[in-house]
Design a protein around this ligand. Sequence first.
Ligand code: ZN
Length: 219
Amino acid sequence: MFQHKFISGDAFSDSLGKIVCVGRNYAAHAKELGNEVPKSPLLFIKPATSAVPFDTRIVIPKNQGSVHHEVEIALLIGKPASNIEEKDAWECVTAVGVALDLTLRDVQDKLKEKGQPWEMAKAFDGACPLTNWVPLEKIRDKNSIQVRLENNSEMKQDGYSDQMITSIPKLISYISQFFTLQPGDVVLTGTPAGVGPLESGDVLKTTLDACYEFSGKVL
Ligand code: ZN
């Protein structure tokens, strides 16, 4: 079972319940996959069983076509949030980290064609590698958080939270109208452009807020 940990090594008191995700939250990424930018946030959920530690357990499914990395700023919820207002949204966030929203892209394309839900492409075991958490007060400017992903030393994705179509406070407020967020839940905030396939043996490095680095290897 996944256990939240801070960069200090300390564990977080609450266990992971659910991971609420948003699709197409950066215009350049929607465009690279040929998707329209949605008028309101496109939400989906990954179960707790999809979470694995980024540094030790990135495993990609075999024989299911291409597995894409989508690097995303992740938020650890520390206070219950239901119908929360935008101005109060940051109070519910305890820490910031990085997630990979791993996506079986060929499977997803087939599901999309048929108008079916995306779970098989996005909610499988191991579909959400998560880094250790950086306490929110250590983030320099929470309105402009940078996230980057390098694969085998090549820069693949590089984005800032101020490029999001729906900002973090708006997103939390919107999500909380549908799903109560509870301590230990995680919110994924969408991926910048540059998604691409992963292979076994790939060496990944992700950087959060320009100074927190996390390394992982695809098994
Ligand atoms: Zn995503």
